[in-house]
Design a protein around this ligand. Structure first.
Ligand SMILES: [Zn+2]
Length: 189
């Protein structure tokens, strides 16, 4: 059964395919910052993502925070000094928390003012379930399999250059592209 993270990211992928065409990755990666602003403004106009910022948040890769007012207004923050690729994944992860977990983050006392995500939760797919779900969402949105499968074989082990080309196409780090290939390889083998 598909997880909610996969279902929700697939829906957004489908919408982007319809609006921008299924060949959209030929023109560039998903612009997560703009997508997060526009998508949230349309789907939750009373409680949208207002800003996507870069800040110094030591020890964290990213955060999804809210202000005092209700209904909540949200901000995605990425830690500065990340490469473009790392940042894209971080934004995808935080957008995933918004789509999947914002009610929980708002209501649960464990989260005070938002959720802060460290490196192990953002990229290594470790940590509690919601971290894993946000990662799944980010990977599926940034590197949807319907396009991924046309770029690289699941059967032969890709070279460093192959993975570099994939990373460039999706605007992610080499690590994220490699993890995605492994995930795909394990699904089809
Ligand atoms: Zn997180």
């Amino acid at each position: 059964m598909q997880s909610l993270a996969i279902k929700q990211s697939n829906q957004i992928t489908l919408m982007l395919d319809q609006v921008l065409g299924t060949n959209r990755f030929d023109r560039g990666p998903v612009d997560i910052a703009n997508l997060a602003l526009e998508y949230s403004a349309h789907t939750a106009p009373e409680s949208p993502i207002r800003e996507v910022l870069e800040r110094d948040i030591p020890g964290c890769m990213g955060a999804l925070v809210y202000g005092e007012s209700k209904p909540r207004q949200w901000t995605i923050v990425s830690h500065k000094d990340q490469s473009e690729g790392r940042r894209a994944y971080t934004l995808g992860h935080e957008f995933g928390h918004y789509v999947l977990h914002r009610k929980l983050i708002d209501e649960d006392d464990r989260f005070d003012g938002g959720i802060y995500c460290d490196e192990s939760s953002v990229l290594r797919r470790e940590g509690e379930d919601i971290e894993h779900e946000a990662d799944e969402f980010a990977a599926n949105l940034l590197m949807p399999f319907h396009d991924f499968c046309r770029q690289i074989s699941s059967k032969t082990v890709p070279s460093f250059d192959d993975l570099g080309t994939i990373a460039d196409r999706y605007g992610v780090s080499l690590t994220a592209a490699t993890l995605r290939w492994l995930e795909w390889h394990c699904q089809v083998v």
